[in-house]
Design a protein around this ligand. Structure first.
Ligand SMILES: [Fe+2]
Length: 324
């Protein structure tokens, strides 16, 4: 199949909250492969009532050039709505799954997630259900709403990649997968307390004090999550250890693989990989999935857990095998 022109990106209907103005033109795809305009920028969204989108499982598209605008709009909306007591929890959860859909669609675009719309919904549905089951769901949504926009998307992408790694490693226990998803989604929650002036600097430009402050986002995240009832200790371990690596050269404790929480080993790899795909620190350019694997393996000398890294490498190269 050739790429349609201009490039279109599939988005979940959850990205368009009922009765809110559309941030961009929205299309559906006809069986012929052509795109039909179903909502114009500025019009109020009413996709929930369109029978055709229900039949097509709400498969909607936006132009590639508008995708960022749609995401930024949704993030702004999610941040406003999720923190408000009068907004129903269900709507807030829809916004969360809209964010997850977007992050996962980006992974589809990069051929990291292979498969259909159902596959995207399966992953984002799992993430949404995991959030919904947290006993202090409102408090958790409030914390998520205060994250900087980039961090919320990064957390969703890290959760999706972590789940793919689990699948490849044949980890099927639902409680384990839920802990991985939650820990991955929230791993950078402590960034909320790090000043912008430090966040904007590259690693090399930070003073020793600033580096220590930056690295404290791991511990701060744990402290913030301790406010929630019944957060599993594995989730806290993921947040604390997501920058550790197998060689004991990570932070904050510089512990080696053997001492790391097994679930944190997974999220540490997924986090680093997703960071390389979207690098905005100015330290290097954003990499393709294959370049990111090469960077982790050759440039860094593969400092992560071997089994987890090989599972990720397998995922990244799966589309090449499928194509040959
Ligand atoms: Fe982090």
């Amino acid at each position: 199949m050739t790429d349609p022109q201009p490039k279109m990106i599939m988005v979940g209907v959850e990205l368009f909250t009922e009765n809110f103005p559309l941030p961009a033109d929205v299309y559906t795809r006809l069986p012929s492969g052509q795109y039909l305009l179903v909502g114009k920028k500025g019009e109020k969204s009413n996709f929930q009532s369109l029978h055709m989108t229900a039949q097509k499982k709400a498969e909607l598209y936006v132009r590639g050039a508008d995708y960022d605008t749609v995401i930024q709009f949704n993030l702004a909306l999610a941040r406003t709505a999720v923190g408000k007591a009068q907004v129903p929890t269900n709507l807030k959860l829809n916004l969360i799954s809209g964010l997850a859909d977007s992050a996962i669609n980006d992974l589809v675009d990069r051929k990291i997630v292979l498969g259909s719309y159902e596959r995207v919904k399966q992953l984002s549905g799992f993430i949404k259900d995991t959030v919904a089951q947290v006993s202090d769901v409102e408090k958790l949504l409030d914390l998520l709403s205060k994250l900087p926009a980039d961090n919320a998307s990064h957390g969703m992408a890290t959760a999706a990649v972590s789940l793919l790694i689990c699948e490849k490693m044949e980890i099927h226990s639902k409680p384990t997968l839920e802990k991985v998803a939650l820990g991955a989604m929230l791993h950078d929650i402590g960034m909320k307390e790090i000043p912008d002036a430090i966040l904007k600097k590259t690693r090399a430009d930070r003073t020793i004090e600033e580096t220590t402050h930056y690295e404290s986002h791991t511990m701060r995240g744990v402290e913030m999550l301790q406010e929630l009832r019944e957060i599993p200790s594995d989730v806290l371990a993921i947040i604390l250890e997501h920058h550790e690596n197998a060689l004991g050269m990570g932070y904050p404790r510089r512990i080696r693989d053997i001492k790391m929480n097994p679930l944190a080993r997974i999220v540490a790899v997924a986090n680093y990989f997703v960071e390389l795909l979207h690098d905005k620190t100015g330290e290097h350019q954003a990499l393709t999935p294959e370049e990111a694997i090469h960077y982790m393996e050759v440039t860094l000398g593969q400092p992560f857990n071997k089994q987890v890294f090989l599972a990720l490498k397998d995922i990244v190269y799966a589309h090449r095998r499928a194509a040959s």
